[in-house]
Design a protein around this ligand. Sequence first.
Ligand code: KG4
Ligand code: ZN
Length: 342
Amino acid sequence: MNILGIETSCDETAAAVVCDANDAVSRIRSNIVFSQISEHIEYGGVVPEIAARAHLHYIRPTIESALLQANLTLNDIDGIAVTSGPGLIGGVLVGLMAAKAIAMTHNIPFLGINHLEGHALTVRLTNNVPYPYLLLLISGGHCQFVAVESLGSYRVLGRTLDDAAGEAFDKVAKMMDVGYPGGPAIEQLAKTGNSERFVLPRPLIGRKDCNFSFSGLKTSVRTLLGKGDIVNRQDKADLAASFQKVVADHIIDRASHALSLVDERYQYLVVAGGVAANEYIRNRLNTLACKRKRIFVAPPIKLCTDNAAMIAWAGLERFEAGLTSEFDISPKPRWPLESLKI
Ligand code: KG4
Ligand code: ZN
């Protein structure tokens, strides 16, 4: 079975072909991600209207490249899976309309996929992780712990009370004027910094749940910058390292509570979403999992950030379960994982 996946929910125009091969390595037949970073860089964040227009411009060549790289034509495609939410509505609409048009004209089964489910199931594509598992989803728009019970059965154990983790990285990077997107910029800078130099407050300390909060931390960085002590590159590197460490401390503290909320069937601690590309955070999570006798799994870095292989895979699991979508589904700007019951 060959599934064409399409993803346009934020600032990446992506298309991929994934098949049902037994070994994980052969499953991804192509994976094309066209990043729009250069179009948004001068604004220091994603501008929805620019993103929608760019998706419209790049969608067709991106899909054609995915088929070409896979050495397939549309006649070889058994199903089309497309992100139909949550995300920026203009972008989602472009992907969804393209997918519907191809599916209709070529008579191919069609599925609208929840973007978060794509991130959530990526480790099944890459590492054959069995259900159930504890998922930490940390991206630019989402930050939550999810008990992944089985396909379509997701229980959110805790979520952010304010910003998402990636959003905090992006906003702090913008305040520090170190580049966009903020996560990779801060991680790079932190490599040469002293994480002990600045003492930043650890959010929600002592709270016995697994919710997150990043806004106080962000304000502390703003206050520090306002004092005028951060002047040279080394100061910025030290601040980046201190910030990254306290974000990781917070994530580890929350993950520790989340692990206490699931039973012994949950042998795996899994991370997904753009912030999961951060090697420092991955290493800290790995250490925690070892201590708690769990197996830690993170997808390869390029499958942590937005891509269409994860959408194709979620589609493949759903098609195999006999599910399809009607052609009248609409794009959903909000679409919680818990509402996906099948
Ligand atoms: O999953 P994703 O590509 O898009 C959303 O669905 O949100 O995540 C993008 C987010 C951005 O906020 C970006 O700054 C963050 O992931 N990110 C990182 C790293 N790479 C990407 N955050 C920390 N460290 C990184 N290396
Ligand atoms: Zn994402």
